[in-house]
Design a binder for this molecule. Structure first.
Ligand SMILES: [Cu+2]
Length: 376
């Protein structure tokens, strides 16, 4: 009887945990590891030396021809990599927390439960097969077992729920007053962006076509721009170490603004503004795609974010004809005369001088792109 009791308890625990196994979050699928991206990253490993001169043509080495900071993507960072099945390296606090949660709690729990249930099933199949166990047990109820197979999953779920709910609330924490606001607007099928705290200027981002695919004279993708299907003609430029208030909306159908390396995915819904916040901790170029099925060219509206030092961001804003907020809180108070009220980091004369050259060219670029979009 004692042996039967022990077996029953083990069986009960197995059955109970099987339920947990089904309820536990699935391992996320690979974030779109495309062979194309891999090819691009492979070539980038060797290409930057060749590609850089093209991007660094203007007088200010920090700013490219269109006024955007000249920064090359790092292979394997902020982009999918062929053959990988894990999450991308994270560059925000929430992303790092979530990555740890996934790697050190969820995956081990799922793995242990799956193996345990598999072992129990195998044991039952062989030990209690008809030929070896001709007289089956007629046990129908066991209060202790029922408590165990209810209690154990509850405890496991409660242990998972605590960090999970903390992460959930952190993802929707409102941005502080000194945040930089980025408004991402979904369009069929491209993104446009506004910087309401910086004079309200707007940029438009279209996917770059592959060499040979565009119209004669049209700018096409190079390795300096990033992977195929992910590189855009204009990048979203954001400062590192500064909270970003992300607002999303749409002018037509539901889109979704997503950058896997930021742990950000926020729907862009017509007639409504969604908000979240994040702080990028590392400079770099990060890629994402529209993550809500939005029509025929849904797969061709990528997102490219370039995270730069605050002083480079300030120089870029100026090159775009925008303004930097005064020394006080940033929200809704763009300075009228930006040069007279630089933020502390903007006093670097190397950034402010040559940027003037880019000021006239930059808006023209955007308008041309916007006009091109109108025809799509
Ligand atoms: Cu979309």
């Amino acid at each position: 009887m004692r042996m039967m009791g022990l077996k029953s308890i083990v069986l009960a625990a197995g059955l109970a945990l099987a339920g947990v196994g089904h309820a536990a979050p699935q391992v996320p699928a690979s974030p779109a590891a495309t062979p194309a991206a891999a090819t691009a990253s492979t070539t980038q490993a060797t290409a930057p030396a060749d590609a850089k001169p093209a991007a660094a043509a203007p007088t200010d080495p920090m700013l490219a021809m269109d006024g955007a900071p000249a920064m090359l993507p790092t292979p394997g960072v902020g982009m999918p990599v062929a053959g990988e099945y894990g999450l991308q390296p994270q560059v925000t606090k929430n992303g790092e927390t979530a990555l740890r949660f996934h790697n050190y709690i969820l995956l081990p729990v799922i793995t242990v439960i799956s193996l345990f249930v598999l072992a129990l099933l195998m044991w039952v199949m062989f030990r209690y097969r008809k030929s070896a166990n001709p007289v089956p047990s007629k046990t129908s109820h066991n209060t202790f077992i029922e408590i165990v197979w209810t209690g154990v999953p509850v405890i496991i779920l409660a242990l998972i729920a605590a960090p999970s709910i903390g992460l959930l609330s952190a993802q929707f924490k409102p941005a502080p007053a000194n945040a930089v606001t980025l408004k991402a607007i979904g369009n069929q099928w491209y993104w446009s962006y506004q910087y309401p705290d910086n004079g309200g200027f707007e940029i438009t981002a279209n996917m770059l076509k592959e060499p040979g695919e565009g119209q004669p004279g049209e700018r096409t993708r190079t390795d300096a721009d990033g992977p195929k299907l992910l590189a855009t003609d204009n990048r979203v430029v954001l400062p590192v170490g500064v909270p970003i208030r992300l607002l999303t909306t749409s002018v037509d159908v539901i889109h979704s603004w997503s950058i896997p390396a930021f742990w950000i995915k926020l729907d862009a819904v017509p007639g409504r503004v969604n908000e979240t916040s994040f702080t990028i901790e590392k400079e770099g170029v990060y890629y994402g795609v529209c993550s809500e099925l939005c029509g025929a060219r849904h797969g061709y509206m990528p997102i490219t974010v370039e995270a730069v030092k605050p002083e480079v961001f300030a120089a870029w804003v100026k090159a775009k004809g925008g303004t930097m907020p005064g020394a006080g809180p940033a929200t809704g108070k763009p300075a009228v005369a930006a040069p007279a009220q630089p933020v502390a980091v903007e006093t670097n004369t190397n950034t402010t001088g040559p940027v003037e050259n880019a000021t006239s060219a930059a808006p023209a670029t955007n308008q041309a792109v916007a006009a091109g979009n109108a025809g799509q």
